[in-house]
Design a protein around this ligand. Structure first.
Ligand code: PHE
Length: 347
């Protein structure tokens, strides 16, 4: 290596070894390999030298340029890594910070008890092979009534006080059974799914009635489905939810979209069956209307009724939450009162 190149190299190495941060490294970079950097100027300074020396110096300085650039790039990387590590150290997430948040008067968020129970029940059904479907809150007459075997002027429409839109064609769904219709439109039998969500009814509120509440619809369609299958799934569900034996009774129930139809009641867990405002002093709470899907409903869903049948149910989520936590007034659930909901934040 020609002397002059060696000299610049030594000079650079000394300066490089003393660099302590990225900024001075960048200065060093422009000083040596920048546009009018020292290495670029070496050749120019040899105007009068012979061709051979010029060639040698050109080669050497190019080599040096490459080396210097590589050393600088590597050093930059190591500075950056150091910086990242320092930041990580500083910004470490302390997962035990929750209590200090509360010290500062801040509170952490949690699921509303209805959302929490909905998720839990979804998990139970998913583990039994059910899909989860969604449907719109604003429905049309066909999906909420007609395809469920409730034609216009059918007295069963009075069972569900409906919020109609001005066009009298659209409504806020009165039950999640509309998801049954949508499920049959999108699936080929055999299938089983649940469809959770808000439902709306224009009725007076009291301790056990709200205008907006939550249901979880279920539907299973296949070959040779029987009431025994229905009871099996409902019992499995209830024992998973309540984690204990729950007394149930099955009564005949009327819904135009099931035949036979049932009301599955559970013994009131609030009063233990003695009678209270939630169970209207009867000791029993209506929890699970259900039944075998009416053939007309299957026909609306384009399902071959000579081959397939099925069951359906509509679980009331708000009542379930009330039973589980001993809440005696459904209006608390929608009060928006943080003192109420914060009792259920579970992490
Ligand atoms: N949709 C009915 C209701 O809201 C409940 C139901 C669902 C009944 C499925 C039977 C089968 O009251």
């Amino acid at each position: 290596m020609v002397e002059i190149v060696q000299k610049i190299k030594d000079e650079f190495e000394l300066a490089f070894s003393q660099v302590k941060d990225k900024a001075s490294l960048m200065n060093l970079k422009s000083e040596y390999v920048g546009k009018s950097g020292k290495i670029g100027l070496i050749l120019k300074s040899l105007k009068d030298a012979d061709v051979e020396t010029k060639q040698q110096v050109g080669k050497d300085s190019n080599l040096l340029k490459g080396e210097v650039e590589q050393m600088i790039t590597e050093k930059i990387k190591s500075f950056e890594l150091e910086e990242i590590n320092k930041n990580l150290e500083k910004k470490k997430i302390d997962i035990s910070l929750r209590s200090s948040l509360q010290d500062k008067g801040l509170s952490s968020a949690g699921f509303h008890p209805v959302s929490a129970i909905q998720r839990e029940i979804e998990d139970i059904f998913v583990s039994m092979g059910f899909d989860i479907l969604d449907g719109p809150h604003i429905e049309d007459d066909y999906h909420n009534f007609e395809a469920l075997n409730i034609p216009a002027n059918h007295p069963a429409r009075d069972m569900q006080d409906t919020f109609w839109f001005k066009d009298m064609k659209h409504l806020l769904r009165t039950h999640t059974s509309s998801i049954q219709v949508r499920g049959m439109e999108s699936k080929q039998p055999p299938f089983k799914f649940v469809g959770p969500g808000k439902v709306f009814r224009c009725e007076a509120t009291d301790a056990s009635h709200e205008m907006v509440f939550h249901q979880l619809e279920g539907m299973m369609v296949g070959e040779n489905i029987s009431v025994a299958n229905l009871i099996y799934f409902m019992k499995t569900l209830l024992s998973e939810i309540f984690k204990k034996e729950t007394n149930v009774r099955l009564r005949p129930g009327f819904f135009p979209f099931v035949e036979p139809g049932f009301e599955l009641d559970i013994e009131c867990l609030i009063c233990g069956g003695k009678g209270c405002s939630v169970c209207k002093q009867s000791g029993w709470v209506e929890l699970l209307p259900c039944g075998m899907v009416h053939p007309n409903v299957l026909k609306y869903g384009n399902i071959d009724t000579s081959k397939y049948n099925g069951f359906a149910f509509g679980l009331g989520l708000d009542r379930l939450v009330m039973m589980r936590y001993g809440i005696d007034d459904i209006r608390n659930l929608h009060s928006g009162d943080l003192r109420f909901v914060s009792q259920f934040a579970e992490f």
